[in-house]
Design a protein around this ligand. Sequence first.
Ligand code: HEC
Ligand code: HEC
Length: 503
Amino acid sequence: MHYPFWDQPIGYGVLMAVIAVFHVFVSHFAIGGGLYLVVNEQLARRAGDTDRLAFLEQLSKFFAMVTLVAGALTGVGIWFVIGLLAPAATEALIHNYVWGWATEWTFFVVEIAAAMLYFYGWKRLTAKAHLTLGWIYFVAAWLSLVVINGILTFMLTPGRWLVTGDFWQGFFNPTYWPSLVLRTGVCIMLAGLYALLVASRLEAGDFKARTVRQAAGWAVVGLAVTALAQAWYWKAIPAAVTAKALESMPTPIRAIMLSLWLAAALGAGVVALVILAPRRFGTVAALGFMTLGMAWFGAFEWSRESLRKPYILVGYMYGNGAEVAQTATYKRDGFLPQITYRTGDDGADLFRHACRSCHTLDGYKAVKPALAGADRAYILALIKGAHLLRGNMPPFLGTAAEAEQIADHLYQRTDHRPLAAIYPIDGLALGRRAYDLRCGKCHAIGTASDKSKSLVGQSAEDLSGLLDMASSLGEGMPAYTGDPAERKALVAYLQSLGLGGKP
Ligand code: HEC
Ligand code: HEC
């Protein structure tokens, strides 16, 4: 909270995803591409295969461009974005890993220099010098992954670093090795997929069939490595984190399941291609494979980011920049004294620093529609019980008075007419909406915290009685404050759940 808050109407998760996902594709591409080029060059030179050498020269232009232009620009872009979105976490990473970053940049400089010379040297250098440059290009690129992987995995599984603060313990943390193998597999897979794309445009014939078969081999081997490493990776994450995700974070779990299906579809597709039509393999199919591969990797990266919640650095810092070690201070003195740059509107400042890193008022993960129809008392209860809501949010660590200030800030900006006036619905539809607003944020249907089973067979009177004593049902469960029409619809909806009908 020592930095001003960068208040933009865009959802920060989206901004990060756009730049980071693109960068991640490009950087893995560059590494896999380096290996593909140099291994194939070696084979082609040994066999005196000039067709293949010409093909490789064409590929190397693309890989050099990708590394130099897209890789470098988006890499710098990430620093801008994380510095603005999560300055405290960025600061923590720099303080701990400044020599790690410096080492990574050194490898990157070597990588781009070698990539440029490699492209330049096809006709101008001896075969031996050219191959050496190719190996330098690949090894430097892969070593930059070796370094960055330590810092990336540290964010999810800092391991013993949390106790010792030791650089190497944080670096070689529990997910370091599985992640390194997984990412290396991704590099190989992406290189194969890209080579398939280029090969798909070759003239039908023997050379094409050979190139397609070989590129498909790269894709399948890369994919197999990632599949095994993904299982290993999952096991290496502390059980408390994965158990929590399985229980209350449907989104990352769905992303992981999706990633497995995409990987299976891709593997099956590529194998079928090699058997059926290596000669006539077309660009549309190649683009399809490439899309599947990127979607697979995107789903994996997304699940990794979401598994971290409610933290940005697990066990050390929450997603909103609040430090775990400062919990007692926040609770005693509040957030406000910790906010260095204040605007004069305390409610707005508190909302920014406690919630705004993940939510917008009415765009991405909007708070306003989620609270439509809620009264102030209920909004206040949700802020105090933030850790109980779905989404695995950080607890609200400020003082009670600060929770009131955020509640006022939000209440002034939300629609608090009765639900039936906001949405032109009645009956069960209204009841369901009331459930979403009043109960489903903590007891989402179908999740571990779903209580609908325990309501089976209760009469309308029983259920209304239950709502009367809502605040005594659990620590943090708010009092029921809906108006009579909303209450009636909610009771009818709760009954419909008990009857086993599909709501
Ligand atoms: C680390 C990120 C993070 C922070 C910080 C955070 N939230 Fe959330 N919040 C989430 C996620 C994720 C969800 C789940 C909603 C989703 O998946 O769209 C959620 C859900 C909610 C919901 C329920 C939304 C719905 O669709 O029913 C409300 C209300 C809410 N948050 C309010 C707040 C408030 C108020 C604060 C600040 C005190 C806050 N959140 C801080 C991540 C966060
Ligand atoms: C801010 C979060 C929150 C909201 C909103 C919320 N609850 Fe709860 N509820 C809890 C907590 C926490 C518990 C106690 C822990 C548990 O049983 O999971 C609980 C417990 C329950 C129980 C179980 C009581 C028992 O003794 O087994 C029922 C039933 C229940 N809630 C129903 C509802 C209904 C109906 C609504 C909507 C009117 C609702 N809750 C809204 C947090 C909430």
